[in-house]
Design a binder for this molecule. Structure first.
Ligand code: PEP
Ligand code: MN
Length: 262
């Protein structure tokens, strides 16, 4: 018996509100790190839909290293994001940070994100699994691939309709980039385990100048999609401005994917 029977039997495609992640079309998830205001998320949704995104990302509940940093607008931001996405034909992917938020996040989102810092928060995995929604499971910064797959197993055992894995960089020794993007893990999940995996080059590098080459490398390695932080005034972003593309830069990048998965 496989140590991760449900993950290995899930298959290469996870359907999220009619979009087949792992199917023929690249799953492009874009949006600000944090949902900063109702106006911001509506404007971003309009621009990102034009740029080719299928999913609007944005944090309502933010897991910040410092308790003094912006923590997110919470439940209100979920309603803004849902309405902005619906207005532009996008799906919502957003993070559930605690068991008590899981139901409300699942109600507003098409795809519930588990952040890196919570990949091994088993009570949260169970609570999110029980919502029955598909889940985007980010790899913890120091998790082995085996631990990551088993976290996916938790979600599926407890009722998640599917798990999409997200490689967002692991801890390395170098400080020039924020993290170390593990493309070997992407190839392994995609080509050996045959599960959908997407890559987040924003959190992987912390630098907008490296997003384009790593996005293309991710697709070449077998990624089913990308999560890219976007902000149209990155100098004023409430979180993660240095790793955000402007929406027109995202549109340009998408144009370079032709012949890859598009
Ligand atoms: C995020 O996607 O905004 C986020 C907090 O990512 P991670 O959990 O990968 O740090
Ligand atoms: Mn971020």
């Amino acid at each position: 018996v496989s140590p991760h029977p449900r993950v290995d039997n899930q298959g290469p495609v996870v359907e999220v509100s009619g979009f087949r992640i792992g199917g023929d079309h690249l799953a492009l998830m874009a949006g600000p790190c944090s949902v900063e205001s109702e106006e911001q998320i509506f404007e971003m949704a309009a621009r990102l839909a034009t740029a080719g995104a299928s999913f609007l990302r944005g944090g309502a509940y933010k897991p910040r290293t410092s308790p003094y940093a912006f923590q997110g607008h919470g439940s209100e931001a979920l309603t803004w994001m849902r309405r902005a996405a619906d207005a532009h034909g996008l799906r919502v992917v957003t993070e559930a940070l605690s068991e008590s938020d899981a139901g409300n996040v699942a109600w507003h989102a098409d795809l519930v994100q588990i952040g890196s810092r919570n990949m091994q928060n088993y009570a949260l995995l169970k609570a999110v699994g029980r919502t029955g929604k598909p889940v985007l499971l980010k790899r913890a910064m120091s998790a082995t691939i085996e631990e990551w797959l088993l976290a996916g197993e938790y979600l599926l055992v407890h009722g998640a309709s599917g798990v999409v894995f997200c490689e967002r960089g692991i801890r390395g020794f170098d400080t020039e980039t924020r993290n170390l993007l593990d493309l070997g893990a992407v190839a392994l999940l995609s080509h050996v385990h045959h599960v959908p995996v997407i890559v987040d080059p924003s959190h992987a590098t912390g630098r907008r100048d490296l997003i384009a080459p790593l996005a293309r490398a991710a697709l070449a390695a077998g990624a089913a999609g990308l999560m890219i932080e976007t902000h149209d005034d990155p100098g004023k972003a409430l979180s993660d401005g240095p790793q955000a593309l402007r929406s027109e830069e995202l549109a340009h990048l998408v144009g370079t994917f032709r012949g890859m998965r598009a």
